[in-house]
Structures are given as C-alpha cells and as structure tokens.
Design a protein. Structure first.
Length: 350
C-alpha cells in the first residue's frame, strides 16, 4: 500500500539545511509527535512490511526482520516504539554510560555530502544508565532493544570494568541484549581496551554477572574497522574464550580515505569517527575476516554487520559476507526510512 510513497525526498532538503545536530533533535522530536499517529509513521517509512521469511532467530532472540537501527541515533531510548512502527526489526540505544555526560564540545557532527558520509565526535553524550533504564521501562511495544554500553570520559581505563558492570546491572532487566563498546574513537584512550587482556577482563566480569542471573542475556562486542588482521584474530579468540555471543562489526573509522574532499577540507572537519559510504567496503572486509577466523576456530558466533549500508546492495553484501543481522545509521540519514522497507523487499524476493 505504501510501497511507492517515499516522503523523505521532500523532507531531506529542509533537514540538510539545518545544522546536523539540530536536524537530529528536530527529527527525534517530530518522531515523538508522529508516534501518536502510527499510520503516519508507516506512510513516512514506505510501509512496515512484515513477512515470515524475514524472521531470524539469533542468539536466542526472535527478530521479526534482520534490519536494525545502530547505536548513536536514539542514544537515550526516546523513540524506540516509533522506530519500531517504521519497520525496524530491532533498536540499539546508547552508547550509555553510568553517569550522564554532555559529550564533547560543539560542533561535533558533520555531513560530508559529496561522499554520503558523516564525521562525529559526540563523545558518548547521554542521560546515564539509570535514566536510560527508566525510559526503557516505560516503552509500550515489545520490539527487541539492545543496550550499547561504555565508560564515562572521566573514568580511567584501569577502572573501566566498574563502569561496564554498572551499566550492565542497571539496564539488565530492560534490554534484550548488550553491546560492549570499546571501539569509539571519541573517548580518549577507549580503544586501548580492545587489547586482548583488557578486553578479556571486561567481558569475563560481565559474564560472571550475567550467569548469576536466572536467565543470561546475549553479550556482543563492537569493534573498530581500523584493527589489523592480527588484532581481529585476537578479538575472535577472546570471543571464544569468554563465550560471549558475537561481534558488532564495525564502529566508525579514524581513517580519512577514500574521500573526495581536499586535505585542507578534511582537516577543517577535525577529529572524529567517519561513517557512511567510505566505510562500506572496509566494514564488509572485517565481517569476512571475522567469519573466516571463527570458522578456523570452529566457533559458532553471531555477527551484526554495520558500516556504510547506504542501499539495498550494501545490505545484501553485509549479509552475504557473514552477518546474521544488519544495522543502519548513515544510510538512514542519507537514504531515509524507506531504505528499511526496500531492504526487506529484496530479502523477501531473494
């Protein structure tokens, strides 16, 4: 019914005329308003589109479809129900830290329109774990929600375990799965926690808490696309040793290639993680590498593919590379919510 009613091209020029962060807040606020009229949300999204062939059972959870929203867009769980009505199979909130924090100084979000890309250095701006848990508790639908957790900027790496433990405990009853974020480039020193020993300590600690509960929750690890092959091999071994459920591949990149902007223009954007089309190929390569290493170890692990899914073919490539599920972020910004329905239509036909 809504297949040909893609309204996003009408709204995109206005949204892109705004500062990127202002556009983000405008979108969140208007999704809240539109949530009072689910019919309108489905119209905007080009139809919710449900089909039995889209269902996936991954790490013990039944997903109505494999297309999710990546962490970073609905950091505080403000529009989970509304995004579900628009057709996402699952929503990942966060990154959530124990204490609320404002994030880095503005401006901190930039569109690289010529390359269908974004650079962000948000710095884990969020309302904190306790407030996020309260928001999750108030949601009205049963859409699958993942909680992406991290450490506060002021917390040293030596004390990072405590921050991850706090978030895990605070959100445990309200999230379906957890993603440990040690790969954002926007919190100083965070990526050092991808080191094998530091990573093992965090994941083992969370697993101890997890298995003390009546029913454990799936735990995944989000990794950077900038890891070497040797580092990816180490990560897969840590996944095997700690017996977590999988890997989210990938976060944003600190690389600045391939971009069509001049070095001077790129320098003007400044530091931060690059996402969107320039990340497409590298994220897929990382997924393939993870899959290969897991098979080498005879390890059954799940992969959520994210990074540069800008169109239907990108989504299919991520799934064919070994992803069990996929997530959108920059593609959702550039292509609009109809991308969700278009990917699902392609999967139904496949």
């Amino acid at each position: 019914m809504f297949a040909d009613m893609n309204l996003y091209p009408l709204a995109k020029p206005f949204l892109f005329s705004l500062d990127p962060e202002e556009a983000h807040h405008f979108t969140i606020n208007n999704l809240k308003l539109a949530g009072k009229l689910p019919f309108l949300l489905q119209l905007i999204a080009g139809g919710k589109l449900e089909h039995q062939s889209l269902h996936r059972n991954v790490f013990g959870l039944d997903f109505p479809n494999p297309v999710g929203l990546a962490a970073g867009l609905d950091k505080n769980g403000e529009v989970i129900d509304e995004l579900g009505v628009m057709g996402f199979g699952f929503i990942e909130i966060g990154t959530v830290t124990p204490k609320p924090q404002p994030g880095n100084d503005k401006p901190r979000l930039f569109r690289l329109v010529k390359d269908d890309a974004l650079i962000n250095r948000m710095g884990f701006n969020n309302i904190g774990a306790d407030a996020a848990a309260a928001k999750l508790k108030r949601r009205k639908t049963d859409i699958i929600v993942g909680a992406n957790i991290g450490k506060n900027k002021v917390t040293s790496n030596e004390d990072a375990i405590r921050d991850y433990e706090y978030c895990f405990k605070a959100l445990f009853e309200h999230a379906h799965y957890f993603v440990v974020n040690v790969s954002s480039p926007n919190t100083p020193g965070l990526r050092a926690l991808q080191d094998k020993d530091a990573l093992s300590a965090i994941l083992n600690s969370l697993q101890d808490i997890n298995h003390s509960k009546p029913k454990a929750k799936p735990i995944l690890l989000k990794i950077a696309p900038d890891l070497t092959d040797e580092q990816i091999e180490d990560v897969v071994k840590v996944v095997q040793q700690t017996k977590i459920n999988g890997i989210v591949a990938t976060n944003t990149t600190i690389a600045r290639q391939p971009l069509t902007y001049t070095p001077a223009e790129i320098e003007k954007f400044g530091a931060g993680g690059l996402s969107g089309k320039p990340l497409t190929e590298r994220a897929t390569e990382v997924i393939k590498k993870i899959k290969h290493e897991a098979q080498t170890l005879n390890l059954q692990t799940n992969i959520i593919g994210v990074g540069g899914i800008m169109n239907v073919q990108d989504a299919l490539d991520k799934l064919n590379a070994g992803s069990d599920l996929i997530q959108l972020y920059s593609g959702f910004i550039y292509s609009g919510p109809a991308l969700v329905a278009n990917i699902k239509r392609a999967l139904i036909k496949a």
